[in-house]
Design a protein around this ligand. Structure first.
Ligand code: AMP
Length: 395
């Protein structure tokens, strides 16, 4: 599914409506505490401006009720920050499709950049309302989707707006283009061996991912608390470990489907309390003492996983191997991250905790791709197709 990119559209003199992801964290004083999402939209924004286009940027921020204004969720701080990053004036509209937005769209001059207020202030955004979408669509000559974190959603700005712009160019931005290239294309035609490493708290969150990746990978390595549901399903002792007893049947089905491809820990690093200074012991997997809980993969498992990763040509990683926020139970996650960073492979890190771990360890520039979308990257690893991307123009 090679989608046309904003780079391939002549934008000179045109108005480009870009769905960005400016869903940045704000503190109590409404100051942005992490502006990475704004920075990640800059390649698309600068490309359009550099080629003589004008921009209308739309995004959601947080989860306001769709019934009007709530300054805690305003996109104004994001518009101000964008102006600083671009070093040029950025106009802000106090509504999305109301009088202020209409007037500011009409007044958009050469190289103009306009940020609309939070899309979710209008309930039509979440309901996919076509009347709301029609008003946004009428603002522009070109539609561009550069909001990967929202690509698995069917909100109006993601689906109804590009639908309403049929006949005009509808393309992906640089960020979405890169995400698709790695999360979808690299996985569809991987260099082998292709190894997936899946961890995190719950097997239930990742059943479809494991299922899909078992169909395409050579090995799927399991870590994190989800390993205990597998151990439990196999009749092992898991003490006080986090477990999902109601997922035992699913775990057994995955074990049967996976066969040798599904690789489970051989040892477990346990503690007698969920704290860094608890009493600790390393035991064989499935033999956790009654008063202990598994908090990380054990050292032998970490070495095995690192060895498998070092021989891989394509690696996908989603979810930590243990309680990586609480040393020493971060050791398994660190060992795997180090092996990925050292390897000669195409390495793709899913969003969320594994992305944060790879950044914290300083390995982000040693991997091929760190995904920006937690839910969206998982959905893509599940093999789902996204309506918001499907309807965009093909090359
Ligand atoms: P997820 O959002 O599913 O990727 O899960 C990430 C969370 O799983 C992190 O906060 C980890 O602390 C947690 N986690 C990983 N391994 C374990 C474990 N053995 N016991 C409890 N929590 C864990």
């Amino acid at each position: 599914m090679a989608k046309k990119s904003i780079e391939q559209v002549d934008v000179a003199g045109k108005v480009v409506l870009v769905r960005v992801d400016f869903n940045v964290p704000l503190d109590d004083d409404l100051a942005i505490t992490d502006d990475r999402r704004i920075k990640m939209a800059l390649p698309t924004i600068q490309s359009v401006l550099g080629r003589g286009g004008k921009l209308i940027l739309m995004s959601h921020l947080g989860r306001p009720k769709g019934d009007g204004n709530d300054s805690r969720f305003s996109l104004k701080p994001a518009a101000v920050r964008l102006g600083e990053l671009l070093d040029q004036p950025v106009t802000f509209a106090q509504d999305t499709v109301g009088d202020d937005a209409q007037a500011k769209v009409a007044a958009l001059g050469e190289a103009g950049v306009l940020v609309l207020e939070n899309l979710r202030f209008n309930e039509g955004e979440k309901t996919g309302c076509s009347a709301f979408a029609g008003k946004l669509a009428a603002f522009a000559d070109v539609y561009c989707n550069d909001a990967f974190g929202t690509c698995h959603r069917t909100d109006a700005s993601m689906v109804a707006v590009p639908e309403a712009m049929a006949g005009k160019p509808r393309v992906v931005g640089f960020l979405v283009d890169k995400e698709i290239q790695y999360l979808s294309d690299a996985i569809a035609t991987p260099q082998r061996p292709f190894v997936a490493i899946l961890g995190g708290a719950k097997v239930s969150d990742k059943i479809t991912v494991i299922d899909n990746l078992l169909g395409v990978c050579d090995s799927v390595l399991i870590g994190g608390a989800m390993a205990y549901t597998f151990a439990f399903a196999q009749g092992g002792s898991i003490g006080k470990s986090l477990v999902e007893p109601d997922k035992v049947d699913l775990a057994l089905a995955l074990l049967e489907k996976g066969g040798d491809k599904l690789v489970l820990p051989v040892d477990t690093h346990c503690g007698d309390d969920f704290s860094a200074d608890c009493n600790k012991e390393v035991v064989t997997a499935g033999q956790i003492s009654e008063d202990f809980e598994g908090l990380d993969i054990g050292p032998e498992t970490a070495n095995r996983y690192a060895q498998i990763v070092s021989e891989a040509k394509t690696v996908v990683w989603n979810g930590p191997m243990g309680v990586c926020e609480m040393p020493p139970f971060d050791e398994g996650t660190k060992k795997v991250a180090q092996a990925i960073a050292d390897g000669e492979n195409v390495s793709i890190i899913g969003g969320g905790d594994s992305a944060a771990a790879i950044q914290q360890l300083g390995f982000a520039d040693k991997v091929s791709h760190v995904s920006t979308g937690g839910g969206a990257s998982l959905a893509m690893l599940e093999g789902k197709s996204f309506a918001a991307v499907e309807l965009l123009d093909e090359i």
